[in-house]
Design a protein around this ligand. Structure first.
Ligand code: GLC
Length: 644
């Protein structure tokens, strides 16, 4: 825990806030404690000699933003400071969804809160609900406003009613802060296009190709097929605009401190809607520098820390999730490095675990998974992961080539194998996915498809192959069981809890057909949900298995994240074993089999869990039996063994 947080807690322990003045006093104290850090960060990005005025403006802005925060949220902030690292609790289980595809609108979502409760979900990530351009808009990641509600989802009061109701039910809300770029319809962009120089400085805008060409020498392409290059010519201005993602997403110029100050205001307006976790979208891209990839730059880290420290002063109950789907050793840096440890993002997507679980499914081997996890630096103790299998995006194979080589595989061929396995280029593969953004220049490609379709359910259903259907279900449950038990917040992608298959309707929509990520953005099928209790079909088998895993997670405090995870070597290339350790005897050993044939692990490789006669499997409720000193695992079986 950082000094500022400690200091706060000391005060809080002696006196709880009773009156608004108490709250204000605590704000003043937070400001005083963090001011030096804020100042240092600010001047590290914007040199003092020329930016004193902007710093003064920031200082004036902080109390104004604090005043705008509704009192119930201020009280919640204090309660959270008292409680400590609430986001690491085993009680939190999440779901990610598109409001329109899930429940039509926000009112509809309010009516569905019971569905989340039934499954055990109490943390919801709503995909962007802010206004966006009419045509292509990257699923709302091209924003026309940071805090208004797009009409299609309802009104701001519908959102406030929802967040209030969620708070009453102890549910958490995550919303995106698309900090790297705005849409080309955002008021700043429109003013820039109208020739307003002040707002042209809010973006990276150049009169000719000189600087863009310099940038292009080192910048990679994010969407090479649909949006090649990183700059777009704007005919209104007759100038070039930096557009790293899509042509209608203009990258903000954070080297201008006015942009930081204005965006801080937008961040707080978003937080004040009752958001518990702010998902910092594409944060790795926030600082640009000629001659670099302009990703993961030290300045980007300072900038995020600066946002964080200001948030810590104004709304300390709100935390950041880093959406950094980058190399494993880069992801970990978003928790804050060196003196900034714990002062950047509290949560990050565990994209490393996600991608490597898909690797282990395709190869039926866990070597690469182990290799990467073993070499990952330990995260700070106040940090945690979001663990997930699928999200609205593609699966990138962003893990290091080095480790692929170290286990004796050819990295290029291995990546090609994974693309072929998941994207219907290998006859024997059960997976049905699509290639996303294949770049023939370097052979890079990513994978899209729903969890169930990638794990073979769609193909097995088409072939009416019962054994394969069962196997796909086992895989779905096993992988979710890993996500539920690995330290962090499990995030289920809406629809996966009922085994939703690929959705091909995007091909008929002109605004979506070029983006195959829409294949795994299906509409929630409420008819299936209604029949869950009555029928024993694959939907209900998956749903109730996940429900049970969630219940078990919540009953076992060992699943809260305190870096209490140890990898075990099962001496079997197909198994993945880790212990969630506990100071008393309450640890749990998670064992999974990534092979389609039965496997065994010796008693001895299970350490203390092998030396007791009959460890209990929490999932089946039965004792696990050793045969010839070995524990047997069926294909894709998952154990959660406890010593008790
Ligand atoms: C993030 C989002 C992705 C979007 C991109 C640009 O990576 O997850 O969907 O395309 O940012 O905003």
């Amino acid at each position: 825990m950082n000094q500022a947080k400690l200091h706060q807690i000391n005060i809080l322990e002696n006196q709880g806030p009773r009156k608004p003045e108490d709250l204000d006093m605590l704000f003043e104290q937070r400001l005083a404690t963090n001011l030096t850090i804020i100042k240092d960060l600010f001047f590290s990005l914007y040199p003092e000699a020329s930016h004193m005025g902007s710093f003064k403006k920031l200082l004036q802005e902080l109390p104004v933003l604090y005043k705008q925060r509704p009192e119930p949220l201020k009280l919640q902030d204090i309660a959270r400071l008292k409680q400590g690292d609430w986001y690491q609790s085993e009680q939190i289980v999440g779901m990610q969804l598109y409001v329109d595809l899930f429940s039509k609108d926000l009112k509809g979502l309010e009516d569905k809160l019971g569905y989340f409760e039934k499954l055990g979900v109490n943390f919801i990530h709503l995909m962007p609900i802010t206004p966006r351009p009419k045509g292509e808009n990257d699923g709302g990641y091209a924003v026309n406003s940071y805090h208004k509600v797009d009409k299609r989802y309802g009104t701001k009061s519908a959102l406030l009613r929802l967040t209030k109701k969620m708070r009453d039910k102890n549910m958490y809300l995550m919303l995106d802060f698309v900090a790297n770029h705005t849409s080309n319809e955002f008021p700043w962009a429109e003013k820039a296009m109208a020739g307003n120089f002040k707002y042209q400085e809010y973006y990276h805008i150049y009169p000719d190709r000189t600087i863009p060409d310099e940038f292009e020498k080192t910048l990679p392409e994010i969407f090479p097929l649909t949006s090649p290059g990183n700059f777009t010519f704007n005919s209104k201005m007759q100038k070039w605009v930096m557009t790293v993602f899509n042509q209608y997403q203009w990258d903000l110029n954070y080297s201008n401190p006015e942009v930081f100050i204005a965006m801080l205001g937008n961040l707080l307006k978003l937080a004040n809607l009752g958001v518990d976790v702010v998902r910092l979208d594409a944060l790795a891209f926030m600082w640009k520098k000629l001659g670099t990839l302009s990703q993961n730059l030290p300045e980007a880290h300072s900038l995020i820390s600066l946002f964080k420290m200001c948030l810590q002063v104004i709304a300390p109950g709100v935390v950041f999730l880093a959406e950094a789907v980058v190399a494993p050793h880069e992801i970990i840096k978003y928790f804050g490095l060196g003196t900034m440890k714990g002062n950047e993002c509290e949560i990050a997507y565990n994209a490393t675990l996600m991608a490597l679980l898909w690797d282990a499914i395709a190869t039926k081997k866990t070597a690469l998974l182990y290799k990467n996890l073993q070499n990952l630096p330990k995260k700070p103790k106040e940090a945690t992961w979001v663990n997930y299998l699928r999200c609205h995006d593609d699966i990138g194979l962003g893990f290091d080539d080095r480790y692929i080589h170290e286990i004796g595989w050819d990295a290029k061929k291995h990546r090609k194998f994974l693309l072929d396995y998941y994207c219907q280029n290998i006859d024997w593969s059960p997976a049905k996915g699509e290639v996303f953004m294949y770049n023939p220049k370097n052979g890079d490609g990513r994978i899209t498809g729903s969890c169930a379709s990638l794990l073979g359910l769609e193909k097995a259903l088409e072939q009416k192959n019962k054994a394969q259907i069962n196997q796909a279900i086992d895989k779905i449950i096993m992988l979710h069981g890993i996500v539920m038990s690995y330290g962090g917040i499990p995030l289920i992608y809406a629809g996966d809890e009922i085994g939703t298959l690929n959705d091909y309707t995007y091909l008929k929509d002109n605004t979506k057909k070029e983006d195959s990520r829409w294949i795994n953005r299906p509409r929630q099928d409420w008819e299936i949900v209604e029949r869950l209790d009555a029928k024993k079909n694959y939907h209900s088998r998956i749903f109730f298995a996940l429900q049970q895993l969630i219940n078990l997670r919540k009953q076992n405090p060992v699943f809260s994240d305190h870096n209490n995870l140890i990898l075990f070597d099962g001496h079997n290339p197909h198994v993945f074993i880790y212990e969630r350790t506990s100071d008393d005897d309450g640890g749990v050993l998670v064992i999974s089999n990534f092979s389609e044939s039965p496997q065994a692990v010796t008693k001895i490789s299970l350490g203390p869990y092998g030396s007791i006669a009959n460890p209990k499997d929490l999932i089946s409720g039965r004792t696990a039996k050793f045969v010839d000193d070995k524990l047997e695992l069926k294909p894709y079986q998952l154990y959660w063994l406890s010593k008790a």
